[in-house]
Design a protein around this ligand. Structure first.
Ligand code: ATP
Ligand code: MG
Length: 570
């Protein structure tokens, strides 16, 4: 490829509206352009990188025995109603109507569509196991599309779906996909980690997420220091603390005229934040919870884990209580809430660590007051106790080995053992060995192909721009020509080298744009080409090329053999 015949448009200024480095660099390098919120055009340069990622994913999926196919982007409402997910996905589903007023959604994932395909195609257990995959656009009407292609409304996902005659076969395939993902992210040169994950809206029994580790990651991950325990904080268990100490203090009101947060109250009283208790007022869903008012209690130094809370009986569709509801049930404004002296009966759910407290501090349900010296069993009935908080650094690991450390991650892959949730809901069956119709077990396996491009930049950049891992670079080598117009011999030598490298299977671009060296090198560094070779009149005379690895501080002059060896070594 010759850059003079390509479309490369880089920018000197760093775009002001981009928050994270990958978004900035993708715009600056001209890889993507915004069309509308969460919708991006991939420029020719961006597309080259995207295709490299796709190629690795495709190769490894094929190697694992999965079979590629393609399903429609637009899917009928009726199909999604078979599983109840038309409603469950809610506003995340991007919907359209056709001219007959029939409703459709743009596919956010394809469990329904693939199960429909399967039930038309496959009749016998003898045809199992099978794993179908596609690499296509997916659509989600994200509440907050942001960070460029990291959280977009249209994005490229590789999604695979496996079908099995029994659970054993499903778990073997789950393991194969886990290993395949490990190969994919390793080949892409990413620092990543697999963590146990919540099964969320997709459902199922086992689930792991693959995260690229980066400070800008939206997910918090917890790892044991001493074992291989690793989980998304959404899921990571906060283990029960030791036994509750005996009550030592008497109950008393504390004047807190302006102190509304636990931090302010602890500071005023000169006590540890861990002795204060935060009361979060919520309403159980109007469905099975019947609009019940609930106080969720966590220690002042902890935070509520919304996913854990929603798993408690009756709380699946909970929401935060309104100020009017808080006034009705507790008789106070927010900032002074607590489980004592409520106006109406409330359900109290205490985190394990709150249940283990003695002599703690809560809001008094009276503006300007808190209550200290509170004790379970004496001042309050024994609470309903559950794990409802996020783990924090230093908590004991739930597997009993060591303490937890925290890291941030970008979710780039997710594997689920689904079981029979979809095959049952969609009446999808195969005949087993005895001729009986049975629902196949399923697994599903996603990779955020376009998100990987951004995630890789988060891990691989410097002041000059992107530093692509080999497997993702738009080209492996840039051959830069100084003054091609003035010096035909130089132009010819560069052409020859460019052609030779490409013929040897090394993806090489010729920078024949005739730019001044400074501008040319800045572009090549910004777009992250791993190897830069400069062909100049001076070099030709000396029989050398100037070579610089993107990761090296200095350039060096190498003869042809040494140059080829250097490039071949990566
Ligand atoms: P997230 O928690 O980041 O919203 P998810 O858990 O909803 O993602 P999955 O349903 O597991 O996503 O989809 C599979 C993969 O698709 C994810 O691991 C992620 O890499 C990618 N992905 C999901 N949503 C987006 C998005 N809005 N933009 C880009 N990639 C996405
Ligand atoms: Mg996920």
């Amino acid at each position: 490829m010759r850059l003079s015949q390509f479309h490369l448009r880089t920018e000197k200024e760093t775009p002001a509206d981009a928050e994270i480095v990958s978004h900035k660099l993708m715009l600056k390098a001209g890889m993507i352009r915004k069309l509308a919120a969460g919708l991006y055009t991939w420029s020719p340069l961006g597309l080259r990188v995207l295709r490299k990622v796709e190629a690795v994913v495709r190769e490894e999926m094929n190697r694992a025995g999965a079979i590629e196919m393609a399903m429609p982007s637009i899917q009928p409402k009726e199909l999604w109603e078979e599983t109840g997910r038309w409603a469950k996905f809610g506003p995340q589903l991007l919907k359209i109507r056709d001219r007959k007023e029939q409703e459709y959604c743009f596919t956010p994932t394809a469990e329904e569509a693939v199960t429909d395909f399967f039930r038309q195609e496959i009749a016998s257990y003898k045809q199992l196991p099978v794993n179908f995959y596609q690499i296509t656009s997916k659509f989600r009407d994200e509440i907050r599309p942001r960070f460029g292609v990291m959280r977009a409304r249209e994005f490229i996902m590789k999604d695979a779906y496996s079908f099995h005659a029994d659970d054993e076969s499903l778990h073997a395939q789950y393991r194969t996909m886990y290993d395949t993902y490990t190969r994919i992210f390793t080949r892409l040169g990413l620092k990543f980690r697999a963590v146990a994950a919540d099964t969320g809206a997709i459902g199922g029994s086992a689930s792991h997420e693959f995260h690229v580790l980066a400070d800008s990651g939206e997910d918090a991950l917890a790892f044991s220091e001493t074992s291989d325990y690793a989980a998304n904080v959404e899921l990571a268990e906060a283990v029960s603390p030791g036994a509750r100490p005996a009550a030592a203090e008497t109950l008393r009101d504390i004047e807190t005229p302006t102190q509304k947060t636990c931090e302010e109250v602890a500071a005023l009283m000169g006590i540890a934040l861990a002795r204060t208790v935060k009361s979060v007022a919520i309403m159980a869903g109007d469905g099975d919870g019947g609009g019940q008012f609930v106080l969720a209690l966590v220690r002042g130094d902890h935070s509520v884990n919304e996913i854990k809370l929603a798993k408690l009986p009756g709380l699946a569709d909970y929401r935060l209580a309104t100020e009017a509801e808080i006034l009705e049930y507790l008789g106070s404004e927010p900032g002074f809430l607590g489980p004592l002296h409520a106006k109406k009966p409330v359900r109290v759910v205490a985190d394990r660590s709150v249940s283990a407290l003695a002599d703690f501090v809560v809001g008094a349900n009276k503006p300007g007051f808190h209550i200290a010296g509170v004790n379970w069993g004496r001042d309050l009935p024994e609470p309903e106790t559950a794990d409802i908080r996020n783990v924090v650094e230093g908590d004991p690991s739930p597997d009993g080995s060591g303490a937890l450390r925290m890291a941030r991650g970008i979710e780039v892959g997710h594997v689920f053992a689904l079981g029979r949730k979809y095959s049952e809901a969609m009446k999808c069956t195969v005949l087993d060995a005895s001729g009986k119709a049975v629902n196949p077990a399923m697994g599903c396996y996603g990779i955020g192909v376009s998100r990987i491009v951004a995630a890789a930049i988060e891990q691989n950049h410097d002041d000059a721009g992107i530093r692509w891992p080999q497997a993702m670079a738009p080209w492996q080598v840039a051959v830069c020509v100084i003054n091609p117009k003035n010096d035909p011999a130089v132009a010819e030598a560069a052409e020859t080298l460019h052609a030779e490298l490409n013929a040897a299977g090394i993806d090489t671009v010729l920078d024949d744009r005739g730019l001044r060296p400074g501008a040319m090198f800045a572009d090549i560094e910004l777009i992250g080409i791993p190897h830069r070779v400069v062909v100049s009149g001076r070099g030709l005379e000396a029989g050398t090329f100037e070579y610089r690895a993107r990761s090296a501080a200095e350039a060096e002059n190498l003869d042809r053999a040494a140059l080829l060896a250097r490039i071949a070594n990566g």
